[in-house]
Every structure is written in C-alpha cells, then in structure tokens.
Write a protein that binds this ligand. Sequence first.
Ligand code: ADP
Ligand code: MG
Length: 671
Amino acid sequence: MPFSPAVEKQLEKLGIRATRDLALHLPLRYEDETKLTPLKDARIGESVVVEAEVVEADVKYRPRKTLVVKLTDGERDLWIRFLNFYPSQVKQMQPGKRLRLFGEMRPGLFGVEMVHPKYRIVGKDTPMPKSLTPVYPTTTGLSQHELRTMIEGALDKLALEDTLDDDLLAELRLGHFRESVHFLHRPPPKVDRASLDERTHPAWRRLKFDELLAQQLAMRIAYRERRSKVAPKLPDKHTLTNALVKSLPFPLTRAQKKSIATISKDLAQPHPMRRLLQGDVGSGKTLVAAVAAMQAIENQWQVALMAPTEILAEQHESKLRHWLEPLGVKVAWVAGSLKARAKKQALDAIAAGETQLAIGTHALFQEDVHFAKLGLAIVDEQHRFGVGQRLALAAKGIEPHQLMMSATPIPRTLSMSYYADLDVSVIDEMPPGRMPVLTKLVDDARRDEVVQRVRDACAEGAQAYWVCPLIEESEALQLKTALETFETLKTTFPDLAVGLVHGRLKGSEKAQVMDDFKQKRIQLLVATTVIEVGVDVPNATLMVIEHAERLGLSQLHQLRGRVGRGSQESLAILLYHRPLSEAARARLKIIYENTDGFEIARQDLLMRGPGEYLGARQSGAPLLRFADLERDVDLIETARDVADRLIAEGSPAAVKHLERWLGTKRFYLKA
Ligand code: ADP
Ligand code: MG
C-alpha cells in the first residue's frame, strides 16, 4: 500500500493489509451533511450543518483553557467552543472566515452554541456533499478524514470485479459487488436510512452474503481436505461394544443409540473423524464415548480420553474402570499430580501399547507421552481446551479420529458458521426418569431460609452442594471464601458432615473428598467452581450457589446440572446480592425461566455476541464483521449451500472469493 509505515501499522490494527481491504472497511454509520440549515431554523438538540462567518475568536482561561469563537450568518449568532485545540486552529479563526459546521445545537452561556463541532473553512459557494458522510471504525491517531481519503482513493482505483456470476446473483436476488460497495461507502441522501442503519439494505445483504460465503468456503474446504487424509479404519466388531452395552444396568436412550451408530460409521471410514457430540448436562455423553472407545480398542488401537479438570478426569476414570475392567480393558491414569514413579509406569504402559484406554487431564498431551498406536482421541468439555491443546493431543497419533464432547450447546447458527468444518451429533434426550431441577432465586438477606432448607433436605437423607464461585477472577480469593464458608457452615450445621473441595487440593485429596461425598460420608459439600463440569453424584439433590449474580449463564447451567441426576426432585437455590446490574438481572431471569441448555445458550449468544460467547480460547476464528448470526440465518444457510456447490463444481469463483475476503488472513481451521 502506498502509505507510510506508521500509517500502515495503524491500518493493520483495523485488519487492513492491502488496498482491497480498504474497500471492505465499511462504515459503522452515516452522517447527513448534505443539507444546509439556516441558523434560525436549527433547533436545540438537533445535529445540523450550518454555515456562518467568524466575528471574533478568543482563548479564555477560566474555568478552563477554552477557545471560544463567535460566528454569525447575518441573522443569528452562534458560539462554538473547543477545550482541546491547536494554536493553528486559533489562527484559522480570522474574522470574516466562513466555516461550515456540523454538530449539535445546544443552549449556551450567551446563546446557542456547538461544542467541538466538526468544521471546515469554505467559500461562499462551496458545494454540499452529494452523499451521506460515512463514519468508519478507526483507531487512535487515524482520523476519519484520513481514513475517508484513503478509502476514496482505493474505490477509485479498484476494479472490484464480481466473484459471482450474473446467473447466480439473479438466483440469489443479490446485487453486484462493485455497486454494493460503492453504495455503502457513499449512499445518496435519499436512501431509506433505517435500511442502512439496520443493515438490511440490499447492498448490505450482498456484503454480508459475501462474508458468510468466504467463511463457509474456508470451513468446507478444510472439511474436504480432512476427508482426503488417511486414518485407521476401525469397524464395529461387535465384541467389546456389545459386551459393554449388555453389561449396563439400563438401556441406552434412543438419542444415545443414534449418536453411537453415527460415530461407529465414522470410525469405520479410512478418514479421520472430527465429530462434536453435543448434549445437555446429564444426557449421557460419557457412555457414548465409552462405546466409541470400545470400537477402537476391539480393533487393537489405543484411545485417549482427556478432560479439562482433574476432578472430572478422575470421575471418568472411576466410572470407566467400573464399566470396562470387567470386560478386560486396560485403563491408565495420567495427571499432573501423579508421583514420578507412578507416572513413569503409566507412560511406559502407554508407550508399550499395553494400555488400551488412557484417561487424564492436559497431562495427556505433554511431550513425554507417547502412544504406541493411538486411534481415537476423545476430548470432554471441548470448549474448555484451546484449539492448540486439542491439536497437540491429536498429533500423538498418525491421524487419530477425534470425538469432542460439549455440554455447552452451540446454537444452530453458530455451529453452522464457526463449526462448519466439524460434523455434529446431538443428544437431544435425557435418560428416562429424570426430574427437572427446580430453580429459586433468593436474596442473600433471606439466607436463614436457605439454611433451614439444607437442614431439612439432609435430615431426609439427601445431600447438598454449597458452591462458592470465582470472585473477581482471583483463585486465591475464591479459595478464601470457600474456606470461610466451610468454617461457617460447619458451625451452622454441627450435626452434619460437611466437606470441602477446591482446586488447590492435591489430586488424591480431591478424589478422597469426592469419594466420601459419593459414599454419603459427606452430606454437605462446600465447593469452588471446580465441580462445574461433569461431576456426577445422583443422590445430591440440593445446590446452593452463592453470588449467582456474578456467574455467566453457561456456568450457572453447568453448575445446576450437577443436581437432578437421579430420580429425585432437585432444587437449585441461587443466592444473589443486591444491587443487581441490568445484565445480572437478565441472566438470573433467563436461568430461572429456562432449563433447556440450548435455549439458554441461544439467549446467552444474543446477550453477548459471538466474540465473547466463543471466548478467547476459540479466538483463532476471525469473527464475522458484518453478518449477524441471529438476524442473517437465511443468508448463512444460503452461503453454506452456495459454498458446497462452488466447491463441488470446482469453480474458480471459490478461489477468487476466498482471496478477496481472506487474502493474507486465514480463518483458523480446526485441523
Ligand atoms: P453428561 O452428558 O453430562 O456427560 P453423563 O455421561 O455423566 O452425562 O451421564 C449422566 C448420568 O446418567 C451418569 O450417571 C450415567 O451413568 C447415567 N446414564 C447415562 N446413560 C443413561 C441411560 N441410558 N439411562 C440411564 N442412565 C444413564
Ligand atoms: Mg460429561
């Protein structure tokens, strides 16, 4: 680009690396500077363009250094004030100079005034602009004026050829690229403003479609590339898989059977599976994973199961050992807290191929772990891991199949866009006999009633969690609160066995506490949010969550999912402290009114937008700039169909289109 290195650096901050990116840097909004308003017609509170001549300019020092300029158009006077100004500006304000001003009319000390108006010096007949004035997203040090000039220059120079042919555009009822881009940068004043501001104008739709098409193309190409890679074929031999299903004390749900069948087919393919298994908290994903593991193992390949926390990994270990050891499957445990000797033993067995199923935390993908023959990598609560961590585990095998599980449902629009390179299975059914969890919102001032509730429940043989959430992102503080709550509750409930579990406990200590809770040696378990994922104690039917107003929706939903796992009715009490922010109030209302994880996720996405929703961990994916996942569903669907079509036809349009929209950037592809 023909700019100075300093300017290029600023442009880079805006994602602009080439001249063509300037054309795709679209306005945030527009200002109408096409009409001149006579001063006498300009009303207080209105943003207007006026012209007037300088009468006098003065720098005042009280109460603050201010440049005050008096202007007149012959009929009316107008004052303008600047708190920040350059000496050159003072010089400009020579009596008799004519200024064209854009700003809001306000009542001032001496009459009407404008504070910090946009202005420029004009002659008597300087023409008014013919189009609306675009306001662009910019960055400090780069003025609107500079950016506008650069974009104008780019628009004059670029051909902006269409990547899509006329037939397709007619079919999709979309306009041409060049016209749409030009229109959005310089819309005529007569345009329907609402369609511009709400981005529903056909020109906006064309640009949104193009952006979505680029995303779909990138994702679908990655998807296809994966289909050309080779992975071990692991067909269902019905030995271990059948044995496991037969040994269960309950039948599989219809949804579990369906997911198992789909995964089973994937594994039999000579290409690596990348499947995301979604299912609400408690829907029985672990079992689906276990059956998949059996299929790999009966083909003499190894399986790794990785979970984000030690507590969860341990739960998997104990559950899977219980299910699988009777079938003769050899399970190993790998976690950071293992003693050196035990660790070496585990790693040796994995490297020798003796271990058939290795379960653990992120310790599973450290450098010292070598699998003899890794055929399937299972990642539980996949959204907790970074993309890089998942890839590191996958790199342990030649090209292992991957099964990712998530209880944080991904709303449909999000999975159609950001997860378009994965296959997705959904478990949309709970094991029978589950009672929905009742949720109560209780002001912390009414704590006493909650205490009574816990006492009653435990007296009846139930168990309870008392959760102290993360406060201000400080693990140390959270620990302190948990310890204090633990002490207080021990005094409050002298006749109950109260336990405590938190992230700082050693692995074996944590396991001991969880086991005590499971075996009912603990009735009330005080916990930090370490129990948020996966923990499974069906007899626990009451949960108290402190400071619920501070937690995010998915966290609340996950926590609440720790109860309601048996056939007893369960209750979640969300304690909150006043005053509540508007966002906190909205979150509590959503969690109170909804039990369906998908609906909660959808509302969460609506409240936070995809950037925050996907979280920093997923931030490989550049977010959509123009399209809106909620409002542009029809465009997403169309873009997906068109992307598949272009790819299938081997159309050169696909390459041209990707080049324009991605250029040097890349959508992060989940291998
Ligand atoms: P999640 O999907 O949240 O990971 P889990 O796999 O932990 O759920 O399963 C929750 C509980 O339901 C576990 O105790 C599990 O053994 C039990 N479970 C799984 N499948 C069934 C089923 N088909 N019928 C009854 N209980 C089941
Ligand atoms: Mg789980």
